[in-house]
Design a protein around this ligand. Structure first.
Ligand code: CA
Length: 766
């Protein structure tokens, strides 16, 4: 008996210690250590492996920081193969094709003072560099100075470690297109502004900054253009900068805390006080790490390789950067924003720096699933955008830019509302969407619907009426009209209005060419464009060809299947995209644009995962009775086109979209049709995935025998009931529960093949 009791006690103790250990492990996982912010930075004009820069930032932060290896004005801010860094820049760049605004940089130097970007640049090595979201560190060899950076949403803390030197400097470059600097030695401060922009800002646009140093200045100078002026403390001009200097001893640390504001110099001071105040570098760093870990821990993946875990959390980091919080808190702690549309300072939310053509596909659906309250705030920002500019954005950075095609704000708004996210003026957003349906912004034609009158009258935008990329526009408007119809139903709009949108959502059929079994431009007289080359990029399509765009019928894949002559023919067309050679016709552009090159080199035929239009295509086998082909192709894309290395993407990452594809796909499902409320099944990458939802529920995806060989779903159960369907809906996930999948190395060709297993299509729903 005694012995039994002792054993029991021992067992109880072990149980207790196990539980404690498990809990400690859950709480202490350092997710952010998995993130490599350099992924995607090995990119150049004619080949993008991501076209990213290492954003040193908090999630959705108003300001990002980045080391700068190229001169101001070059969209490739940081190139992995560069040898030299010329500064550390506050950046708001959302795309290297649309460039930066409101930026300035800091650069430490020792010895001879050099102010120009070329002259001051210092050698550095990735071997003496740490690149994390909340912390960046690099050794600048020419000056023997280590720079460390840790950000908040609107401020930043710098720590420079200097050598023995009687001529140590920190330079602030206000950049061109209008800047001001003012050194205030008694306050150890530099204030000023940057007016740098790449268009779409109001006349009064300024980014006001304040930089506070913790060391007395023994040297000050300013420069204006190339003219350095030892005696002046203030400069204003096209391109000005300031230098402060001091003696330093080896290992001496100089700290600079900086904040900025789009509203006023006083607001910049407030932002600094509120976000940094007296907190030291280590405290800001620790808080930044906690913030990132708390966001990244919402999705816990287990049972993958180190490279897979690194890729997953690095992708998740990218998915949580844009759109940017473009609002601040005033002296009364009221939320206010500088309007990038009318230049006024107004109450409430504003988000910017986003291309909806990219992000409607997976980034915003990801927010609706994992960040519904953020999604609601973004909708409030859209309401303000409409109030301040008269239009919804399609590509804003910071104001409306004339870029890309489609009416994808409809998808983002409808998906949010239909998934039950509330708290914003949906009636006003609906009004804005209806305005889009009937016209476009004459000053920024990609805002609204260019070609709306043709589309509304003929059901398509003709190929021969001088509107470019007309087939892509038609297909995206038809999908937007599906979103309008669903939203109109939810809002109890009149029946004829709902019917009009439903009818227009079928407009994709006008462009279907039965002879080629593909979408094709159509002339005003109803004849197809001729000659027609399915391999021709651009022209009737946008950064893709007919083989890529034919699938842009997100809302009615069943309708497309029927047009193509049934499932067999549809699957054959899908297969062909992968199996054909990577041939292309680049005559529309005159040279192979980088997206073409990225397709060509991937050895996946004409499948072009490096650009967005085709990114849902791998999931379409689920609609045609061959879900295992989705499982196989999605795994191949994850394994082959996503790496945890500087060349780790296969094309432009684009505001989180290409990353969100990976995050969803690794979880085992993807939002093929935002607005339908569904996610289409792939197969998970990890043995275990745990979603910590905002409502407190937990949804687990368990696939314990998952491996690089066991990539096919053999059988499944959802909350312990047989799961054969090829989709999940939003509520199933947000209610919490468990999806259990038995994985196998051979496809189960009997699972997911029935009519009722198919994901949403309009044709099947009606
Ligand atoms: Ca793209």
């Amino acid at each position: 008996m005694m012995m039994n009791k002792a054993l029991l006690l021992l067992a109880a103790g072990m149980l207790l210690s196990c539980t404690n250990t498990d809990k400690a492990m859950v709480d202490d996982i350092d997710y952010v250590s998995r993130v490599n912010t350099l992924i995607g930075s090995d990119s150049k004009f004619n080949l993008s492996n991501g076209n990213t820069y290492p954003a040193i930032a908090l999630p959705w932060g108003m300001n990002f920081w980045t080391p700068q290896t190229s001169n101001m004005g070059n969209g490739w801010i940081y190139a992995y193969d560069a040898d030299k860094i010329n500064g550390f820049k506050q950046t708001h760049q959302a795309s290297n094709w649309l460039l930066d605004y409101g930026c300035f940089s800091l650069m430490p130097l020792t010895g001879e003072l050099k102010t120009s970007e070329e002259e001051r640049a210092s050698w550095f090595s990735h071997k003496s560099e740490v690149a994390k979201p909340h912390y960046y560190s690099v050794y600048l060899a020419d000056y023997d100075v280590t720079t460390e950076i840790t950000p908040t949403e609107r401020a930043v803390s710098f720590r420079f470690t200097f050598p023995d030197s009687d001529s140590s400097y920190i330079l602030l470059d206000g950049f061109n297109k209008g800047s001001e600097v003012k050194i205030i030695p008694e306050e150890r401060k530099i204030v000023g502004y940057s007016r740098y922009n790449s268009g779409s800002v109001p006349e009064n646009f300024h980014n006001y900054f304040v930089a506070v140093f913790d060391k007395e200045f023994e040297y000050t100078s300013t420069w204006n253009g190339k003219q350095e002026n030892r005696n002046k403390l203030q400069e204003e001009g096209n391109h000005v900068g300031a230098v402060v200097g001091f003696k330093t001893s080896r290992g001496e640390r100089v700290h600079v805390k900086i904040a900025s504001s789009f509203i006023s110099p006083e607001q910049a001071e407030l932002n600094l006080e509120r976000e940094i105040g007296n907190k030291d570098f280590e405290t800001i760093k620790k808080e930044g790490k906690e913030i990132w870990n708390s966001e990244l821990s919402r999705i816990k993946v287990e049972g993958g390789t180190d490279a897979q875990l690194n890729t997953f959390y690095s992708s998740l980091y990218r998915a949580l950067l844009f759109p940017r919080k473009f609002y601040e808190f005033d002296a009364q702690n009221k939320m206010v924003h500088y309007s990038p549309y009318n230049g006024e300072v107004l109450p409430g939310y504003m988000f910017t720096d986003n291309g909806f053509w990219d992000t409607f596909r997976a980034v915003f659906p990801f927010f609706t699933l994992m960040y519904p309250s953020l999604n609601s705030d973004i909708m409030k920002g859209l309401v303000n955008t409409y109030k301040e500019s008269g239009w919804l954005p399609e590509w804003a950075t910071p104001g409306h830019r004339n870029c890309m095609v489609g009416s994808n704000s409809a998808s983002i708004i409808a998906d949010s509302y239909l998934k039950g996210i509330r708290g914003y003026d949906i009636d006003l957003l609906y009004e804005a969407l209806v305005k889009n349906v009937n016209g476009f912004n004459p000053f920024v034609p990609s805002v609204g619907r260019l070609g709306a009158s043709y589309y509304n009258e003929l059901g398509y935008i003709p190929y021969d009426v001088g509107i470019n990329e007309n087939a892509a526009r038609t297909l995206e408007y038809a999908y937007a009209d599906f979103c309008m119809a669903e939203l109109a139903k939810e809002l109890d709009r009149p029946e004829e209005e709902i019917q009009l949108f439903e009818q227009r959502s079928q407009n994709y059929k006008h462009l279907y060419d039965p002879e080629n079994r593909l979408m094709r431009g159509k002339n005003e007289d109803g004849t197809f464009q001729s000659p027609f080359n399915p391999l021709k990029w651009g022209d009737a399509f946008t950064e893709g060809n007919s083989l890529h765009y034919t699938w842009s019928v997100f809302h009615d894949i069943e309708g497309l299947i029927q047009l193509m002559g049934g499932e067999k023919s549809f699957v054959q067309m899908l297969d062909t995209v992968f199996s054909m050679p990577p041939d292309f016709d680049c005559s529309y552009y005159g040279f192979p644009i980088h997206e073409i090159r990225e397709m060509q080199i991937a050895n996946m035929g004409n499948y072009a995962h490096g650009n967005q239009p085709i990114q849902h295509m791998t999931y379409l086998y689920n609609f045609a009775g061959e879900p295992w082909k989705t499982q196989q192709h999605v795994r191949e894309v994850m394994d082959k086109l996503y790496l945890d290395t500087p060349d780790g993407y296969c094309g432009d990452e684009d505001n989180g979209q290409t990353s969100a594809w990976y995050v969803f796909s690794a979880m085992g499902f993807y939002p093929v049709c935002p607005g339908s409320g569904q996610y289409v099944m792939g197969a998970p990458l990890f043995k275990k995935t745990t979603l910590q939802l905002e409502n407190g529920n937990i949804f687990e995806i368990n696939a314990p025998d998952n491996s690089s060989e066991n990539l096919y779903i053999k059988s499944g159960s959802l909350n312990r009931r047989a799961f054969n369907q090829n989709w999940l809906d939003q509520k199933t996930i947000t209610n919490g529960g468990e999806l259990f999948l038995e994985m196998d190395e051979v496809p189960n060709k009997k699972r997911g093949i029935k009519q009722e297993d198919k994901p949403f299509s309009m044709l099947l729903a009606n």
